[in-house]
Design a protein around this ligand. Structure first.
Ligand code: TTP
Ligand code: MG
Length: 393
């Protein structure tokens, strides 16, 4: 299944924060940055100042020359930090997979989180709405199957935009864009590419990989993939172990649902044991299926409450498996489980926990025996069908 990745960037961030505090500045060519008299530079320019050619990094004196009516304001970083914290908290309410990139931008992996909203687009509208209501600032959002395309999309739809690049449309979207739009292409690379006759992202994608490698080395390989809309980087939440996963390839492809479930249960038991050993809980459960024709899909869901209970993870994975099996009737050659968005230590018992206390005790007892005598020492009811026909990768 295609991933849904958002790149979200607040519009004219420093300026917008200043305008919220002083509404008289709204709709005016405001510039936040250094003093034009003291060799300062522009940090953020209101969209009203941009038609004059003003952009971040430009000397403030130049900006004043280009737009004499511009209103210059000094920076107030603590205000921006507060607004940034609120912004990130809003995003965190929509998906646990959040990777902040700076004060005013972040990637969000919402694969599996969009269902209650109907579509990724509706989810974006809900996020934009909250940002608007709580921060009174507009945001621009790119939706795509990978980070690089999402980032380019959000940049192109500013301000207050939403641009969705459908799965499969990445290359057609990228082809006509100027090469400078590709993240990683700075002034020097742009110039070098121009000297090679490459001015668009599409032209870079068409260039043989050898040619680009000879000129730019490993960076060339990355740029070539990005230009081709290929980017498998994950959205990485800082400070969290990324994920725990296990998978099995069968010696014979299988249709047998009981057999698949039994194996899935064993895999869940193993990843959850690892999870408990690390004193962590998971917020996200994903399964992977590879079919006989090698087509590989993943299905992912976010748990309402983080858990380290095998039964919770297995029940969730089992539901994902049922859905996937209903959608594609092909023999399966590999099954895998992945838990991510791991939350560390300090488990809080909720008042609803009495029902799950017993499974936790059961898990602990099983973990103890398995770590002492090996993983085949004890199997619960769900796992006993899956002895033969499996090969661990
Ligand atoms: P950006 O998101 O690059 O810029 P922006 O939010 O002002 O405008 P846009 O609508 O195009 O996103 O950067 C976020 C903030 O970081 C910006 O408001 C000020 C600060 N910044 C600097 O201080 N110096 C710089 O050179 C840049 C690019 C940004
Ligand atoms: Mg911004």
């Amino acid at each position: 299944m295609a991933r849904y990745i958002f790149h979200i960037d607040l519009d004219a961030f420093f300026v917008s924060v200043e305008q919220v505090l002083n509404p008289e500045l709204k709709g005016k060519p405001v510039i936040v940055g250094g003093d034009p008299e003291r060799r300062g530079v522009v940090a953020s320019a209101a969209y009203e100042a941009r038609p004059f050619g003003i952009h971040a990094g430009m000397p403030s004196s130049t900006a004043r020359r280009l737009c004499p009516q511009a209103i210059f304001i000094g920076s107030h970083f603590s205000l921006y930090r507060d607004a940034s914290a609120k912004f990130m908290k809003i995003l965190g309410d929509f998906s646990p997979h959040i990777e902040p990139l700076g004060l005013d931008e972040a990637y969000l992996d919402v694969t599996g989180c969009e269902e209650p909203y109907g579509s990724p687009r509706q989810l974006v509208l809900a996020i934009k709405d909250r940002i608007n209501k709580e921060l009174k600032i507009t945001a621009s959002v790119g939706i795509a199957t990978c980070k690089v395309v999402a980032k380019i999309a959000s940049d192109l739809c500013k301000p207050d935009g939403l641009l969705e690049i459908a799965p499969g449309e990445e290359q057609a979207f990228l082809n006509p864009l100027p090469i400078a739009k590709l993240p990683g292409v700075g002034k020097k690379t742009e110039q070098a590419l121009k000297e090679m006759g490459i001015t668009t992202i599409g032209a870079l994608a068409k260039l043989p990989l050898d040619t680009i490698n000879r000129r730019f080395g490993a960076t060339g390989t990355v740029l070539h993939s990005y230009a081709s809309g290929l980017d498998d980087r994950e959205v990485e939440t800082p400070g969290e172990a990324k994920s725990i996963s296990q998978e099995l390839t069968f010696t014979h492809d299988t249709f047998d649902r009981n057999f698949l479930e039994a194996n899935l249960h064993n895999l869940c038991q193993e990843v959850c044991q690892d999870l408990r050993t690390q004193s962590k809980r998971t917020k996200c459960v994903a399964i992977k299926l590879r079919y006989a024709d090698f087509k590989t899909i993943t299905r992912q869901v976010t748990l309402q409450e983080a858990s380290d209970v095998t039964r919770v993870v297995f029940t969730t994975a089992q539901q994902l498996l049922s859905k996937a099996l209903a959608q594609r009737e092909e023999p399966v050659r590999l099954i895998g489980i992945r838990i991510s968005s791991l939350i560390g230590e300090g488990k809080q018992l909720s008042i609803f926990d009495s029902g799950t206390a017993r499974p936790e005790h059961l898990d602990k007892a099983i973990d103890k025996i398995r770590s002492k005598y090996g993983s085949t020492a004890i199997k619960t009811g769900n796992g006993i069908f899956s002895e033969s026909n499996q090969e661990r990768l």
